[in-house]
Design a binder for this molecule. Structure first.
Ligand code: NAD
Length: 346
């Protein structure tokens, strides 16, 4: 991590943008909103709420995540720029309603340039509180669970990769290994099972794996070995940085497509996968179903329009796979390039 004095330099290097702070001693709200890019529309990005050891870490998290949202929205052809809110969780909150009211007022001060949503640490119920005080919020309880849409997007990603790499139009008989069968992983397992795939799953939570064993006949393996299992598709749906120099050499699946954020530990891990002939569906393309839903609901799209947009992930990935094959560049590099092109020209 760069030295904290270099915030402006670091932000400039990442292509920012704006960085806003709110200090409200009365409610103990200490919040940051990072807006990376507004070219495609108001910045849409979740609100992270957690403890940070220091303010510098929170700022860098906000910057990194906001930039990621610019790429995710662009590649998903959404009318949004990239932004993210980070709230430093205090040891104790005196009045939750007032706390989130204060945060909502902070959002209002930005005049609609930033739209918030639930993210790590915040819930749809908290978005409901925020929605009482600002209209620049999505992913409230009325909007529904994003995991359903994220899982659908991952399914379409797997279908695209299976078509491209294995030349198959169906998941019948395809063996899929899923790391993490929480909200997204479970729904993905369900759809894959319904389409005739064979499943091997792992989770640190035994109740989750047992459910998959019982409902879908899934084989259960330990969390330490799931990535080493020979399968057609490895779907990381739990943690970040699972594709790293230790794990990649042990992966025996020609395809990787899952929902986890930041799957590559390093940029070079994307290159390594490419050199090994493993087709990687870049995470920010494959897991965009949730943000597509958040945007669609914000603008009042119909369910049909929303599904069509999520189905578009299939075509986007096909474009990425084809370009990667033609140019001999990794799919992760191509996805970044494509997002930049959309950002600049579309
Ligand atoms: P979740 O918390 O419901 O599920 C994650 C699961 O992974 C849990 O069941 C957990 O027990 C399990 N897990 C934790 N450590 C593990 C390990 N070492 N090995 C195997 N399993 C482990 O979360 P989710 O909403 O299903 O999201 C899954 C991933 O997808 C996360 O990385 C999340 O950031 C990402 N994502 C989710 C959404 C969404 O709409 N929920 C959208 C985009 C990205």
């Amino acid at each position: 991590m760069p030295h904290r004095r270099d915030v402006f330099k670091h932000a400039e290097k990442l292509g920012f943008g704006e960085l806003h702070f709110k200090i409200d001693p009365e409610t103990q709200l200490f919040a940051i909103i990072a807006i990376h890019n507004l070219k495609r529309g108001p910045a849409l990005g979740g609100c992270r709420w957690r403890h940070y050891d220091n303010t510098g870490d929170a700022i860098y998290d906000a910057l990194r995540l906001a930039r990621g949202m610019t790429f995710k929205s662009a590649i998903s052809h959404l009318p949004h720029g990239g932004g993210k809110a980070v709230i430093i969780r205090p040891p104790k909150i005196l009045d939750k309603e007032k706390y989130f009211e204060s945060f909502a007022k902070f959002i209002n001060e930005l005049g609609g340039t930033y739209i918030t949503a639930a993210d790590s640490g915040t819930t749809v119920e908290e978005m409901d509180i925020i929605a009482k005080y600002t209209k620049y919020v999505t992913s409230t309880t009325k909007i529904g669970n994003p995991a359903i849409y994220t899982a659908h997007g991952v399914l379409r990603s797997i279908e695209a990769a299976v078509k491209f790499k294995l030349g198959k139009n169906s998941l019948k008989g395809i063996h899929i290994t899923i790391q993490g069968v929480g909200q997204v992983g479970y729904l993905l397992a369900k759809s894959c099972h319904e389409l005739g795939a064979t499943l091997t799953v792992s989770d640190v939570d035994e109740v989750s794996t047992e459910r998959c064993k019982k409902e879908f006949g899934a084989t259960v393996v330990s969390p330490n070995t799931i990535h080493t299992i020979k399968s057609d598709v490895f779907a990381p749906c739990a943690l970040g940085a699972v594709l790293n120099h230790h794990t990649i050499s042990k992966i025996h699946s020609p395809i990787i497509a899952g929902s986890a954020n930041n799957q590559l530990a390093e940029v070079s891990d994307g290159h390594l996968l490419h050199r090994l002939g493993i087709l990687y569906a870049p995470d920010f393309v494959a897991n965009a179903g949730g943000v597509i839903q958040a945007s669609a609901k914000y603008y009042g799209d119909t369910e049909e329009q929303l599904t069509k947009k999520i189905d578009g992930i299939y075509d986007t990935l096909m474009t990425i796979f084809e370009r990667s094959s033609k140019t001999h560049k990794s799919t992760s590099d191509i996805a970044d390039e494509l997002a930049m092109e959309i950002l600049e020209h579309e």
